[in-house]
Ligand binder design. Structure first.
Ligand code: ATP
Ligand code: MG
Length: 158
């Protein structure tokens, strides 16, 4: 279905903000105008849920999570960045693999099966997009994904 991704993303962030029990600040960098994309809402909710859950899970007390959404040519780029533990360079390519978890000892206490990002990757791919991570150990992690976007005539004229 066609979804205004700005509102859709904003509402999902709201839900996390209301439910969070940690001392973490949310910062939103969202466009003012609507951006309509054709997505499966349930699947996209799952993608965002998996990414945002990680950002919170790996955030330190008092950390900030930044949510952004940008148009770039024929794509939109959605990203979630945190100020958490980060991911070592040598492991970053593997975090989208099924059951992969960085440093089992470190992450055991945080729980999880290592499926969240693998599922997110499948679903983003099914929408014709790509997903990637940039991270610096001890500084934080940014997970981004793209979705194809065809600017409609109404968008250009309004
Ligand atoms: P699940 O999502 O199934 O509950 P999980 O969170 O461990 O378990 P993924 O979401 O697939 O699994 O993430 C894979 C691994 O990537 C994590 O175990 C963690 O080591 C690393 N990771 C993912 N997101 C972050 C993040 N924001 N900061 C630091 N490490 C991360
Ligand atoms: Mg996860």
């Amino acid at each position: 279905e066609w979804v205004n991704f700005v509102d859709f993303y904003d509402r999902i962030i709201d839900r996390f903000e209301m439910a969070k029990e940690q001392n973490v600040t949310f910062k939103r960098k969202l466009p003012k105008q609507a951006i309509f994309v054709e997505v499966d809402e349930d699947k996209m909710t799952q993608v965002l849920y998996n990414i945002i859950s990680n950002a919170l899970k790996y955030s330190p007390e008092g950390g900030q999570v930044t949510f952004s959404l940008k148009e770039k040519e024929d794509q939109i780029i959605v990203s979630v960045s945190d100020q958490g533990v980060g991911i070592p360079k040598e492991n970053i390519a593997k975090i989208f693999d099924r059951f992969y978890r960085v440093d089992k000892a470190r992450t055991r206490k945080l729980g999880g099966t290592g499926l969240g990002l693998a599922i997110a990757k499948e679903m983003v791919k099914a929408h014709g997009g790509t997903i990637w991570a940039t991270s610096e150990e001890g500084k934080g992690t940014k997970i981004s994904f793209s979705l194809p976007y065809e600017r409609s005539e109404e968008d250009e004229w309004s």
